[in-house]
Each structure stands twice: as C-alpha cells, then as structure tokens.
Ligand binder design. Structure first.
Ligand code: NAD
Length: 418
C-alpha cells in the first residue's frame, strides 16, 4: 500500500488520540455498529480530502467498517496531525497522503496521489479535491457517483460551478445540514479558534478588544466565546442584516478601517479575500495579534505583511512577529491559515461527531443512488438532520417532548383562532 506521512513511527501516538476522539463521538460510533455487519459500502471506493485530525480518524474507521475502500489526503497545507496520519496508514491500512506544513505543490501532489484510486465517491472540505477530480475526469475510467462537501467555502464554490453548468457529478452539501453549520461552525470554531490564539500566545483574552470580521456562523460563535472570556467584541460586516444581528446581540459594529486602530486581537471569519488589507495593518497598534478562521489564507493580506515589514521573525511554532516601518510589531498566527487547526487541534470531537455522522450518511445515500442523481448540489434531508440530532440528544441523556396527534393537526391547520 502506497502512502506519504511524516513519520510512520508516530502511529501509536496517533492511535491513542483517535481512540480518545472515538470515545467522544457516540453518534458516529452508533452508525458504525449499525452498518459494520451489512457492509453497505462494500466495493465502493471513497477518496477523502478532510483535515487529517483524530476525528477524521474516527470517520475513516467508520467508513472502513462499513466496507469502503479508502484513500485519503489533507485539505489544508497546515492542518494535518502527523501522528494521526501515521495511524491511518499503519493501523487502518488506508493509503493516506498528508504531511503537516507542505508547500502548495506538495499539497496538490498529495491530492493527486489520493485520487489515483479512481473514486466512486469523494469527500471534500473546501472543494480542492472536487476541482482536481473535475480536471481529471476525462482521464479517469468513470465519473464518480457523487461527492460531499464539508464547509461553507466549498459549498459556495460548488454552487458557483453548478450555476456555470460546470458541475459534472452530484454533491451533497454536508455543511448545509443544520446539525453541521449550526453546531460545528458556531460552537466548534467558536471555541477552537480562540484555543488556537491562546495556545500560540497565552494572552489574557479578558479586557482585550477582539475584532471579529464577519458575523455569520463562525463569527457569531467566536464573538460569543470571546465575550464569555471577557473580551470587548467589535464586529465588522458587509451584510446589513448580519451587522444588525451583531449590534442587537450587544457588540460594537463598525468598519475594519475604524476597528483597525482599536483592536488588540483580530480574527477573520468571512470566506472572503482581502478583509484585513495593507492600510488596515498600517493603522494597527503595537502588539496587535492577527488570526484567520476562514477556510483559505486569503482573508488577511499576508503579502502586505511579508513585503512591507522591515523585519520578520518566528517567535514560536505558530506565531510570526512582523516589525512594521513605523516601528510597531504585529503578530500573525498560523501563517494566516485556519487558526484552530494550524495552532490548535481543530474542533472538539463532540461537535465533529455530528458533522461526520452527516458525512457518513451522505456517502451511504450516494452509494445507494446508483449514479442516478443529476449533477447538482443537494441539501441534506430534514430526516437525516433530525435523526442525528435525536441520536446526539440521546447520547447526552436528554429526552424531548413529542407532538400529540391533536397538536400536529393544530399546527398544520388554519381554522382555530381566538
Ligand atoms: N476554521 C474552521 O474550522 C471552519 C469551520 C467552519 C467554517 N469555516 C470557514 O469559515 C468561513 C465562514 O463560514 P460561515 O459558515 O461562518 O459562513 P457564513 O456565510 O455564515 O458567514 C460569513 C459572514 O461573513 C460576512 N462577510 C463576507 N465578506 C465580508 C467582508 N469582506 N467583511 C466582513 N464580513 C464579511 C458575510 O456577510 C457573512 O455574514 C468559510 O470560509 C468557511 O468555510 C472554517
């Protein structure tokens, strides 16, 4: 079996971490138990391009137990956990191509290596694998039955391909499941992005001016957790409705140009490019800390830092100090890549439990479709969302009420008033 990991001898460490994640992912484990005997994914080749974390290790185990033949690669140059990659290769016997800290060229080479199995189903996060599959489809023996997409930015890219008539196989938008974006993006990134900043700097968040660019799912999660830690949260937005929500949630709302000079810590969460530009950086206070939680490293102008700083040095594994021409120092965490994976461990396992249960059930759905779905971007069924939410609640020992027949009739009728 071919694979490319940093150091295969790290496998036993990786295995322990995957075991830890597994103990915190009851929904995914229950799906494994449900399907490990019937093996519904037998003879299905799946290529995954997800952050290679301990939680991904549990998804790999689950897909394998259901009979899938797997190959894997990372979806970001700086997010692979090398010990987990080693365990996926050594213990799970999966052809994984992922090393932390690769160049762009190595990153794409790894995607191409993973694609060599000619997959029936792709699992993606950010749409890089899906795009590479599209470029290669002419050369491959057969088109995939379908694929899944994990994150907002990936879904945005794939919907854009669909509109342009360029999408060649169906994609299930896992991100758009309520049990994904309302939990993973909000609670997962909300906590882990701050975790990344704290691990990289050990700053006291309390009392800091925390500027959050974007008040979507990720932004509102970070704002809430930052506020809980005692930060004074300032939000920047381009969408008037999101800006209004931030204002009524109790935060200051202003432009980045204004916030630049008052912020102590900046986190971008927009999925957009050039959110913190050269001019903004020139206004920042001495000691300002910059981090990004959006999918790609385009939100903070790292180029401006690299070209305009008079001095650049690494001060620890995750933090780079830039001395600007005015003498101020600004600090960039994780090279402007997603801070929760570059400087911490990514989302807690408990929240990835639901995201990856959605991934698993979506792969199962695609495998049953026999290639009969049109090349479109599909939403998750409401039933799948509710099944996952119920399973998660039950794992937490939570019971909820059920509608009576009379209540069901009432909420769907119009004839009963005052
Ligand atoms: N780090 C992670 O682990 C992680 C997890 C989930 C999502 N993501 C990524 O985070 C990004 C945001 O995801 P989301 O689900 O919150 O998306 P979202 O669409 O819910 O929110 C994005 C918000 O940013 C705002 N925005 C866009 N351009 C802006 C700009 N120039 N300035 C200020 N605000 C701007 C939008 O109006 C919107 O309200 C995406 O790239 C997504 O893929 C990362």
């Amino acid at each position: 079996m071919d694979y490319r990991v940093k150091d295969i001898s790290l496998a036993s460490e990786g295995k322990k971490r995957i075991d830890w994640a597994e103990a915190h992912m009851p929904v995914l484990v229950s799906l494994r138990k449900k399907f490990e005997d019937s093996k519904p994914l037998k003879d299905i080749i799946v290529t995954g391009c997800l952050h290679v974390t301990k939680e991904t290790g549990v998804l790999v185990r689950t897909l394998k137990a259901a009979g899938a033949e797997l190959s894997w690669c990372g979806c970001n140059p700086l997010s692979t956990q090398d010990d987990v990659a080693a365990s996926i290769a050594s213990d799970e016997k999966v052809a994984v191509f992922a090393v932390r800290g690769v160049s762009t060229e190595e990153y794409y080479n790894d995607i191409h290596s993973a694609m060599k199995t000619n997959p029936d189903i792709t699992i993606d996060d950010g749409a890089d694998l899906t795009l590479e599959m599209h470029k290669a489809i002419e050369r491959l023996h057969n088109k995939p039955i379908g694929g899944t997409e994990e994150t907002t930015t990936g879904v945005v890219r794939l919907r854009s391909m669909e509109r342009a008539g360029k999408l060649m196989y169906p994609i299930i938008a896992v991100n758009d499941a309520e049990t994904k974006h309302d939990f993973d993006n909000v609670y997962g990134t909300g906590q882990s992005a701050l975790d990344g900043i704290i691990r990289a700097t050990n700053i006291l968040v309390s009392g800091k001016n925390l500027v959050v660019a974007g008040y979507g799912h990720v932004g509102k999660g970070i704002a809430k957790k930052g506020s809980g830690l005692g930060a004074n949260v300032i939000v920047t937005e381009v969408n008037p409705i999101a800006a209004l929500k931030a204002k009524l949630d109790g935060y200051s709302v202003t432009t980045m140009a204004q916030a630049a000079s008052t912020g102590d810590v900046f986190i971008t969460t927009t999925g957009c490019k050039g959110v913190i530009n050269e001019e903004d950086i020139s206004r920042m206070k001495n000691g300002a800390i910059l981090a990004n939680a959006g999918h790609f490293n385009v939100e903070i102008s790292v180029d401006a830092l690299d070209t305009k700083a008079r001095n650049k040095k690494s001060i620890n594994d995750h933090t780079t100090q830039y001395e600007m021409k005015n003498g101020n120092r600004v600090y960039l965490i994780g090279q402007g890549r997603l801070v929760n994976l570059a400087a911490a461990e990514g989302h807690p396992s408990e929240v990835m439990d639901m995201s990856f249960a959605n991934q698993f059930l979506s792969v199962l759905k695609l495998s049953k479709s026999n290639g009969n779905l049109e090349p479109k971007v599909y939403n998750i069924d409401k039933e799948q969302d509710e099944e996952i939410a119920l399973s998660k609640l039950s794992s937490m020992g939570v019971e909820i009420d059920k509608l009576t027949e009379e209540q069901k009739r009432y909420i769907h009728s119009f004839d009963e008033g005052t």
